[in-house]
Ligand binder design. Structure first.
Ligand code: MG
Length: 454
């Protein structure tokens, strides 16, 4: 039932990415356009985030699409979920020029399927085959595609989110938005104003050099957001990554909310209205499952990557199973009634509705969640896959989950060990009830790994 991971040559879990001009070149963008145009004939929507290399790469990709005979609608600068929302309605596919949370010098491409989801592994492998094929097919002179500029379509996305909420739940609420100079500058403030909020912004002007903070919305980078939340008396602050498919929060005291706690809060709110299944990767914090269970719902686990979550949600729903919500423990949440992809703008709107409905302060809601302790580590190794394959033998009496890497359960604790797909390291997440249990588990695991590595 759960989507399985397949190895690809060029694309990672969320598209292809690299340093612009070095790995992610206009040539490569053109080849991706040619390949996508051959696979998804018709009209393709193209969008980009605010990165300085986006215009060049976008033009190269569009040239490839047009050469195959596809028509192109250029949606301009917009969040990835906004492009996904538009593609689902009217297009045979989409391409988003973005490197998401990566530093400013990076860029990349995410391919969007006609149903608005990111392209899955099987089709991506087909696309890669066409990118590497030595004989690209282009249309004859009288069959070349046409391009239209459609920047106004972004309003459909903004209105689509606002229309999901009744009345003005944000009335009387001040919210500070930090879009990080990314495309959410033109969406999240409008969405929250549409819900009745008074909105202030930090890093609210689009700028591909990201002068205020890096595209990754880390706690350290959000000091200005926290300060403005505190001094403006805001109910909360929300920040996005570089393409705004993720949203992270600070509470009314300016304190960063760990993303698994954010996920759990939304799970709690949704499950109180409707019980069902929450879909999430094996890497998500135990606080999510504990919260879901406390509300009479269950959790279904997938490999790590939002595409596996989205596709598993769809498949379960098609089989008549009551999926109500999904997401990752990094602020990427998927609202199936809205669309099957992570959506930072929708997540920000949900926080307004959740707070208004609770009548409580955000810090109070967070403090009522089950307490968990998480340790994240990485170990430099050359043969990560081999090491992980040998681990089940070290734990003959433990419950194991092999959905992605190896997850070892011990009482109410667990450890997840995965090999990185891009670096010679293994990543470890340990999730326990107390810090002492976490440190003990970490020591025990590392001593075993030491034996295996040597
Ligand atoms: Mg992103």
């Amino acid at each position: 039932m759960t989507a399985q991971k397949m190895q690809k040559r060029l694309f990672g879990t969320n598209g292809v990415r690299g340093i612009a001009g070095k790995d992610m070149t206009p040539d490569l963008a053109f080849s991706i356009g040619l390949a996508l145009g051959r696979m998804r004939k018709g009209r393709i929507a193209v969008g980009r985030d605010t990165r300085t290399s986006g215009e060049t790469l976008g033009k190269a990709l569009k040239a490839g699409l047009l050469a195959t005979g596809c028509d192109v609608d250029d949606c301009g600068i917009l969040p990835t979920p906004a492009l996904q929302y538009l593609v689902r309605d009217d297009y045979s596919g989409g391409a988003m020029i973005t490197a998401s949370h990566n530093p400013p010098e990076y860029n990349g491409v995410k391919i969007i399927e006609p149903d608005g989801t990111e392209m899955g592994d099987e089709e991506t492998i087909r696309l890669e085959g066409l990118i590497f094929s030595s004989r690209p097919e282009v249309a004859s002179w009288d069959q070349a595609g046409k391009e239209r500029q459609v920047p106004h379509l972004i309003n459909r996305y903004i209105e689509g989110i606002i229309s999901r909420f009744c009345g003005l739940p944000g009335n009387g609420m001040t919210v500070v938005v930090d879009p990080g100079s990314g495309p959410a500058c033109v969406t999240t403030p409008k969405i929250l104003e549409g819900l009745g909020c008074r909105v202030l912004t930090v890093n609210g002007i689009m700028d591909g050099t990201f002068p205020g903070r890096l595209p990754e919305p880390s706690a350290e980078g959000l000091k200005n957001l926290s300060d403005l939340v505190i001094c403006s008396g805001a109910s909360f602050g929300v920040a996005h990554d570089g393409d705004a498919d993720r949203a992270v929060f600070v509470d009314e005291k300016g304190r960063y909310i760990e993303e698994n706690a954010e996920f759990a809060l939304v799970v709690q709110s949704i499950c109180r209205k409707k019980k069902g299944i929450i879909v999430t990767p094996v890497s998500s914090g135990q606080v999510v499952e504990e919260t879901a269970r406390a509300e009479g719902s269950t959790v279904r686990y997938t490999p790590v990557g939002s595409i596996y979550v989205a596709r598993t949600m769809r498949t379960l729903l098609e089989n008549g199973e009551p999926v109500i919500f999904g997401g990752e423990g990094n602020g990427g949440l998927i609202f199936p009634d809205h669309q099957f992809c992570r959506d930072g703008g929708m997540t920000a709107a949900m926080m307004v509705s959740l707070l208004a409905g609770s009548g409580k302060k955000l810090s109070d809601l967070v403090s009522c969640l089950p307490e968990r302790y998480i340790i994240k580590e990485k170990i430099a190794v050359k043969n990560g896959d081999e090491i992980i394959a040998s681990l089940p033998g070290c734990y003959p009496n433990s419950r194991l989950d092999l959905t992605d890497g190896i997850k070892i359960f011990s009482g109410d604790s667990w450890a997840l060990i995965r090999a990185s797909g891009t670096e010679p390291i293994i990543r470890i997440i340990i999730d326990t009830k107390t810090s002492s249990a976490g440190n003990e588990f970490s020591q025990e695991l590392k001593s075993r790994l030491k034996n295996v590595v040597e």
